[in-house]
Write a protein that binds this ligand. Structure first.
Ligand code: GLN
Length: 488
């Protein structure tokens, strides 16, 4: 197999034994990007020059025997994270000229570990979307079939991993944005517990829901990358000061003593037959690995979407107030008055979906409506938390589909925001409760599109999540099939 198609662990071994250099690895990925990027469109900003310098430094570190955990590993980063000296657009026109003067904590950690940062990958504007069609810099395509969406909002992350335009990527997940694109593109996506990974330097969408995590080619790489990026950070008051385990040591074979719960509400109306079948095969595989399987109920699942779109929009309307043409990025310079400058900057700088969310959020928070919307949504959120608490009394990990369907055609839902929102029904609850969730490939549809299985665990139980993910991957042993939509 070509270098860019390998996992982080495989490339680490080749680097450690001196069979390849980090510079060779970097060039092989640059070549791969050159070959397929025209079709996939995963990147917004490339960073070849700095990446090459990082690869050279990695070779030196390997020679000196002091390379970090990701020494010489080329990664892509969602364009929602501040990168010092590299443009950070968040998929929006309003941040088109924005070059951050500092690195997000996660980026700093990647660099410290020796990673090679290839560039910034596509996303829905301000991470609002489920298809990556809300991006001001073009729509990335699903590498498995270029007529289909790659999911969102971390679509560029998922597409770049699936198309071998990087070895792994970092995405963000507010309502499913790591798990759903991972599912649509056939890669492993992990949203850690809220507070596990620092959000410092992440452009905020909905601060009580946002969390960063890895998108990788396999579960082992996910564990490794999580270890690199997680941990307490005094710069993020919501990051938690808790011991960080070695996630790789959680990857043990066998699931004896583990109970997986099947939430019945996740298998309801609207679930695609092929998705249901693939997930059921996955459940059988977990049983074969020794897991005990029980039925559980999460009775308030249906209310998650409504509560989320109030809470997330309310927080977004407040977070996005800072983009006013004064402090960051784009400014409309034709305006004659200060008020017009604000108005025109925001009218021209934001796309339609972002405007819609700001309007919903502002309305929901306005006096007189607060109790009817925001307060009610917060109550629903508590009920969802309680559902999970009850379910986790009888199981360790919840297993379900990630999304009700495989990827849809580009354009299919773009004029129907409600149907796009409803597609998040199975991923949103984990964000509302702050628990970790993952997507692991569990099959392909008849049309050849990937299907992911969602795993959810209680707060800070990423080890159990990864153990189940690891066994699922092993048991299913899906044939290494690469996306056929692009040149291989
Ligand atoms: N699709 C959801 C939304 O549009 C989730 C986005 C995300 O997780 N960033 O809000």
């Amino acid at each position: 197999m070509e270098l860019p198609a390998l996992s982080i662990h495989e490339v680490k071994d080749l680097l450690a034994s001196g069979q390849v250099s980090a510079v060779e690895v970097a060039h092989s990925v640059f070549d791969r990007i050159e070959a397929v990027e025209d079709k996939v469109g995963a990147y917004i900003t490339r960073n070849n020059e700095q990446a090459l310098a990082q690869a050279e430094a990695a070779d030196q570190a390997i020679k000196n025997g002091n390379g970090g955990a990701l020494c010489g590993i080329p990664l892509s980063v969602k364009d929602v994270l501040c990168t010092k000296g590299i443009r950070t657009t968040c998929g929006s026109r309003i941040l088109e000229p924005f070059i951050p003067p500092y690195d997000a904590t996660v980026v700093e950690k990647l660099k410290k570990a020796g990673a090679v940062i290839l560039g910034k990958v596509s996303m829905d504007e301000f991470a609002m979307g489920s298809s990556n069609e809300n991006c001001a810099y073009g729509v990335p395509k699903n590498p498995w079939n270029l007529g289909y969406v790659c999911g969102g909002s971390s679509g560029g992350s998922a597409a770049s991993v699936a198309a071998d335009e990087c070895l792994a990527s970092i995405g963000s997940d507010t309502g499913g944005s790591i798990r759903q694109p991972a599912s649509f593109c056939g890669v492993v996506g992990l949203k850690p517990t809220y507070g596990r990974v620092s959000r410092y330097g992440l452009v905020a969408f909905a601060s009580s829901l946002d969390q960063l995590g890895p998108l990788t080619k396999n579960v082992q790489d996910s564990a490794l990358l999580l270890n690199v990026i997680c941990g307490y950070d005094e710069k993020d008051s919501t990051s938690v000061n808790l011991h960080v385990p070695d996630y790789t040591s959680a990857l043990v074979e066998g699931l004896h003593g583990i109970t997986v719960g099947i939430p019945r509400e996740y298998f309801g109306e609207g679930l695609d037959n092929e998705v249901e079948q693939a997930v059921k095969n996955g459940i059988a595989a977990l049983r074969d690995a020794g897991a005990h399987v029980v039925d559980v109920s999460l009775p308030h699942t249906d209310y998650g979407v409504a509560a989320y779109y109030i809470v997330a929009c309310a927080e977004a309307s407040s977070n996005l107030a800072r983009f006013d043409g004064v402090k960051y990025g784009f400014r409309d310079t034709d305006a004659k008055t200060l008020l017009d400058m604000y108005r025109h900057t925001r009218s021209k700088g934001f796309g339609d979906e972002v405007k819609r969310r700001i309007l919903i959020g502002t309305y929901a928070l306005s006096s007189g409506y607060y109790d009817a919307y925001y307060k009610k949504a917060s109550k629903v959120r508590t009920m969802i938390v309680e559902d999970y608490q009850k379910a986790f009394q009888s199981c360790d990990v919840l297993v379900s589909p990630v999304a009700p369907t495989p990827a849809w055609r580009i354009g299919e839902k773009i004029d129907d925001p409600l149907s796009m929102y409803l597609a998040d029904i199975l991923t949103i609850p984990a964000n509302l409760a702050g628990i970790p969730g993952a997507s692991v490939p569990c099959g392909l549809s008849g049309a050849g599109l990937p299907i992911g299985m969602q795993l959810q665990a209680s707060h800070f139980e990423e080890e159990k999540l990864l153990q189940v993910a690891f066994n699922l991957e092993k048991q299913l042993a899906l044939p290494v099939k690469k996306p056929a939509g692009i040149v291989s």
